[in-house]
Design a binder for this molecule. Structure first.
Ligand code: ZN
Length: 316
């Protein structure tokens, strides 16, 4: 099918102008602690956001309207219907593409925010790199009393993923992020050697790899090869989300999930995060002895070697 107006679009377009949410109330009034956390996270030290005459950063507009995990009362059926129509047409994937905000009145601590959301527009059918679908734009009007304080437009693409792309992505196992600081570690792993960085000044061992010593600040280092022995210092069990690239890998038995991710304390004293293998995920315990094992994953990008830790308890 080609891009442009189609039969589905005519049905989708009927939702333009309908309310997606009405008479919603902000979970908290505009308040100083949330403003302070925001400013710290953004590194914004503007004095306008502090003190008795403080205003909230304008870009916090959406922070006052977020529903959190529990959501908001006031959502209408129209938006759900629109999404269902798209799902039924095969546009099951969604990605947020962009948003626009307008600010009309400053928000100050103590302001109680209310808001309504309208389905503003639905685009004609479009083909993108991700797949073919429809852009849906909603507009939230944020008020304090009768005053419009700002608007927040939010655009999503609801699309049918293009199959070729998805398949290519599926086969590819995610690669570790290799940078100039940790490249030596991964070069070692490729040669089945587990290398620990060592400060050449104070001899402190460190992992993960860093450009300098945390103990003395010295930038010079060499490496020692780990024996490979260690113990489970702590662990978590991954249940969700399942990663297709893991379940389809050549070691799917351990990776299909749930699977255990351990913080392994090496015999040399440093700790590293990796999979614990060789026992069911629910048999992993703190203190279990483990030994490194190097696994090779083959896919279209070539071979990827990763260190994992096999439980050795019970071995002779
Ligand atoms: Zn040092």
């Amino acid at each position: 099918m080609s891009d442009g107006p189609d039969e589905l679009w005519k049905r989708l377009k009927a939702y333009e102008g309908q309310a997606a949410a009405v008479a919603c109330v902000g979970k908290d009034p505009v308040n100083a602690p949330m403003i302070r956390h925001w400013c710290e996270a953004m590194g914004d030290a503007n004095p306008a956001y502090e003190g008795p005459d403080a205003v909230a950063p304008a870009t916090m507009l959406q922070a006052w309207t977020m529903g959190g995990l529990s959501g908001h009362e006031g959502r209408t059926a129209a938006f759900d219907e629109l999404m269902t129509l798209l799902d039924e047409a095969g546009c099951t994937s969604v990605v947020a593409t962009d948003s626009e905000q307008e600010y009309l009145r400053p928000l100050r601590p103590g302001d109680e925010v209310t808001f309504d959301t309208v389905i503003e527009s639905v685009s004609e059918r479009k083909t993108t790199k991700l797949g073919t679908g429809y852009f849906v734009t909603t507009r939230m009007d944020v008020r304090v009393g009768e005053d419009l304080a700002g608007t927040h437009r939010f655009r999503i693409l609801k699309y049918a993923p293009s199959r070729g792309k998805q398949k290519a992505r599926r086969a590819r196992r995610p690669r570790p992020v290799v940078n100039r600081d940790n490249a030596g570690f991964w070069e070692g792993v490729a040669r089945h050697r587990l290398l620990i960085q060592r400060c050449t000044d104070c001899r402190t061992l460190r992992h993960p790899w860093l450009p300098g010593c945390n103990s003395c600040g010295c930038p010079e280092w060499d490496t020692v090869e780990a024996s490979g022995a260690g113990t489970v210092y702590s662990y978590v069990v991954m249940h969700h989300p399942p990663f297709p690239a893991f379940t389809e890998s050549d070691h799917a038995a351990d990776a299909a999930g749930p699977y255990a991710v351990g913080l392994i304390e090496l015999a040399e004293g440093v700790r590293m995060v990796s999979n614990v293998v060789g026992v069911p995920y629910d048999k992993v315990r703190i203190g279990l002895p483990v030994r490194v094992e190097f696994r090779t994953h083959e896919d279209e990008e070539g071979a990827l070697v990763l260190p994992v830790f096999r439980v050795t308890e019970g071995e002779a």
